[in-house]
Design a protein around this ligand. Structure first.
Ligand SMILES: Cc1ncc(COP(=O)(O)O)c(C=O)c1O
Length: 441
């Protein structure tokens, strides 16, 4: 090159032909014209456009928040926004008692306390869920007992629930995992036979229907989460609900520092936390709940379409939903069948991501009983009073739920959302079929 940074003609020709050769070489490396070639190996992506994300809030939430700001109190009890949310919730779920509270975990703690679960009592539940399902059980010094799950839903297997019942069992908490109703009729029958209280954890299942009816009506007490990632939310929040007179006033009491607001003369004291919500969250949630039916219907349609499109693909177990139920797919849960594939789960998911179909490998890393605080029985400053006082002999190091563990080792999840179209889902299914075919054993 000349000192004045001008290139000579010869230098120009040499550099441009090198660039041309390099780009041709690059083309050869990134394009594979075989019709079934994986995008990972230079093939054409199965999903042609970036999958859309929903716009989750806007004008209705702003208007409702403005209404709250014009009020002279943001305290929840018998205030306008809480009333409005409650009416809208009741219009869907039909329960007499509705106690909005600070989170889904709070709702579940209130439910367990209202159900009268005492120290040493056993509560049967699922090992694949959020820790919030059992926080309240542990705080009441009761004992979570883990029953195994059904392979293609991840919901409680009623037969194993029945096997786990002991004279100390007082309740069952069933989790409608990923928005799919669990087998409520069988669970209620078992609960009734043994005089147990059935609590529904509906945190992931806003809008789901069991045999045509909104979930929450089979169990005696039901709990919802309004945490940010749920179908509808308000940052953080929850709802606990019942139509049973025996529990209704207790939901209020245990949600609000043990005070019976319905009956000021009630002097019986109860240790209840401050799980109150505020009018600001309720304003937001009152607007959000008007979006629920569209969100639930669209997710149900798209998730079911994905199942139909994946029918019979070797190496894939689809998300199983009872034909009379509505699953609202908080996520789509599929499983890989390792014997039928020549690759591991991480490779499968990497290949899907390259196709433009973002799946996650797994869900929670271990079943709840595998968490260190369960394995070490160290819930309270390294100790577990229920066991130290001889109220339980539970040893979580010995708990085994084979199907639960297998689900976590083989599951892959897809984040279906209401902004997607049927074409998006068909493209995602095409990606799964292509990757499964490529790695078929
Ligand atoms: C099944 C289930 N139960 C309970 C909870 C707890 O809800 P929150 O996060 O509102 O406390 C969650 C939240 O993710 C959940 O998914």
């Amino acid at each position: 090159m000349r000192p004045d940074n001008q290139v000579t003609r010869r230098e120009f020709i040499a550099s441009t032909s090198m660039l041309l050769a390099a780009s041709q070489l690059g083309m050869a490396q990134t394009t594979n014209r075989e019709p079934d070639a994986l995008a990972l190996e230079g093939g054409v992506k199965a999903v042609p456009r970036a999958l859309p994300r929903p716009k989750r809030w806007g004008e209705p939430e702003l208007q409702q928040l403005s209404a709250a700001v014009k009020q002279d109190s943001l305290y929840y009890w018998r205030n306008q926004q809480t009333q409005l949310f409650t009416e809208r919730f009741q219009a869907i779920y039909g329960h007499k008692y509705v106690q909005p509270c600070s989170s889904g975990s709070a709702a579940l703690h209130i439910a367990v306390a209202a159900a009268g679960i005492a120290p040493g009592d056993e509560v049967i539940t699922s090992g694949i869920t959020d820790i919030g399902t059992v926080i309240g059980v542990l705080f009441q010094q009761a004992v979570p007992v883990f029953a195994d799950l059904e392979p293609q839903t991840g919901c409680l297997d009623p037969a194993d629930v029945a096997r786990k019942i002991t004279p100390r069992t007082k309740a069952i908490i069933t989790v409608h995992l990923a928005g799919n109703p669990s087998r409520l009729a069988e669970l209620k029958e078992i609960a009734d036979q043994h005089k147990l209280i059935l609590i529904e954890d509906c945190a992931q299942a806003w809008g789901a229907r069991y045999r045509g009816q909104p979930i929450s009506r089979v169990g005696q007490i039901s709990c919802f989460s309004l945490q940010d990632s749920k179908h509808i939310g308000c940052g953080d929040g929850g709802v606990v609900t019942t139509s049973h007179e025996q529990f209704g006033p207790l939901l209020i009491k245990f949600g609000d520092k043990g005070t019976n607001r319905l009956n000021p003369k009630d002097s019986s004291t109860a240790l209840g936390a401050n799980y109150r919500i505020t009018e600001l969250q309720m304003a937001f949630a009152a607007a959000q709940i008007t979006r629920l039916e569209n969100i639930a219907a669209q997710r149900a349609k798209l998730g079911n379409l994905l199942t139909a499109e994946l029918a019979g693909v070797p190496g894939i177990l689809t998300h199983k939903v009872h034909p009379e139920d509505r699953c609202v797919y908080w996520f789509y849960l599929a499983r890989l069948v390792p014997e039928k594939l020549r690759c591991d789960r991480a490779t499968f998911v990497k290949a899907l991501a390259a196709e433009g179909a973002p799946f996650s490998a797994g869900y929670i890393s271990v079943p709840l009983y595998g968490l260190p605080m369960f394995q070490n029985h160290s819930f309270f400053a390294g100790r577990w009073p229920a066991r130290e006082c001889g109220l339980t002999q539970m040893d979580y190091t010995r708990v085994r739920c084979p199907e639960t563990e297998a689900i976590l080792k083989t599951c892959v999840r897809f984040g279906v959302n209401e902004a997607m179209t049927e074409d998006d889902i068909r493209a995602v299914a095409k990606a799964v079929r292509k990757v499964a075919k490529h790695y078929a054993a």
